[in-house]
Design a binder for this molecule. Structure first.
Ligand code: ADP
Ligand code: MG
Length: 250
């Protein structure tokens, strides 16, 4: 999809535009009249209580969920090029006893050769290059099931960056990651977005991270309740009402 003449107030810098978007599953209205513009190089955090429709919104953008309304993309300067989206799903589970290594996981996604035949030297080099984007080359021969929460997120992030997307979508990447790991993962996302000029859309419940890392925060509870700069949203009456908090976040 494409914006045609890139119309609207965002001009060339707008790369994702959601207009009047709604999702109904059975009789349940999951999302209602969502309007959201995302600009190139921006990090937007999507927050909201459990069941608010955050994952459903991400799946709609990914084309995995039917919706009404419009979701459109533009790649600046590349009118007829297809936009690439990288996706890190919410809490994928791997069995600790599973023999699959990080190298196998990449080979399954990147190579036509069956993973049980082992990696060619060329593929191993490519996997190492992918892992170098998240500074985790040392994990290449580790079993996926024994990785820590932070390590797994970095490996999945490296996988989502191949091929390099225009938009990176992460569903609760900080859940299951300890506080130190959270900060280093957010630093890494910040580095990646600057190095590769990506736009990042992520959901999170870790509000303390938002002022430092997010450009904009969108609070949803089936519809957009509040959006703006992190501190504006976190100190808003809407935020307090949705999360039943008396004070601000800090
Ligand atoms: P969040 O990510 O904000 O926690 P979700 O988007 O996962 O919320 O879910 C929003 C609501 O939609 C929930 O009530 C959930 O039960 C419902 N839902 C999501 N996917 C489906 C589905 N495939 N079938 C039925 N209900 C669904
Ligand atoms: Mg979710």
């Amino acid at each position: 999809m494409n914006f045609g003449n890139h119309g609207g107030s965002c001009g060339h810098s707008c790369c994702l535009r959601i207009q009047g978007m709604s999702v109904k599953i059975g009789n349940q209205q999951i999302l209602k009249d969502i309007n959201l513009h995302m600009h190139c190089g921006e990090l937007i955090a999507l927050i909201g209580p459990n069941g608010a429709g955050k994952s459903t919104l991400l799946k709609s953008i990914l084309g995995q969920q039917e919706y009404e309304g419009s979701i459109s993309f533009a790649v600046p300067g590349q009118r007829n090029r297809k936009l690439k989206i990288g996706y890190v799903p919410q809490s994928p589970a791997f069995d600790p006893g599973d023999p699959v290594t990080v190298a196998d996981l990449f080979a399954c996604c990147m190579s036509k050769r069956p993973a049980f035949m082992g990696l060619s030297n060329k593929m191993r080099e490519q996997v190492l290059e992918c892992l170098s984007r998240v500074h985790e080359e040392a994990l290449i021969d580790k079993r996926v099931g024994v990785l820590s929460g932070g390590e797994l997120q970095r490996v999945l992030l490296a996988l989502a960056l191949e091929p390099m997307p225009n938009i990176l979508i992460l569903d609760e990447p900080l859940s299951g990651v300890d506080v130190e790991g959270m900060e280093s993962l957010m630093d890494m996302l910040d580095e990646i977005r600057r190095t590769y000029d990506l736009s990042i859309l992520m959901t999170t419940h870790d509000f303390a991270m938002l002022p430092e890392y997010a450009d904009n925060v969108v609070l949803i509870n089936h519809e957009i309740v509040c959006e703006g700069k992190p501190l504006e949203v976190l100190s808003s009456p809407q935020f307090r009402e949705v999360f039943h908090r008396k004070g601000g976040v800090r």
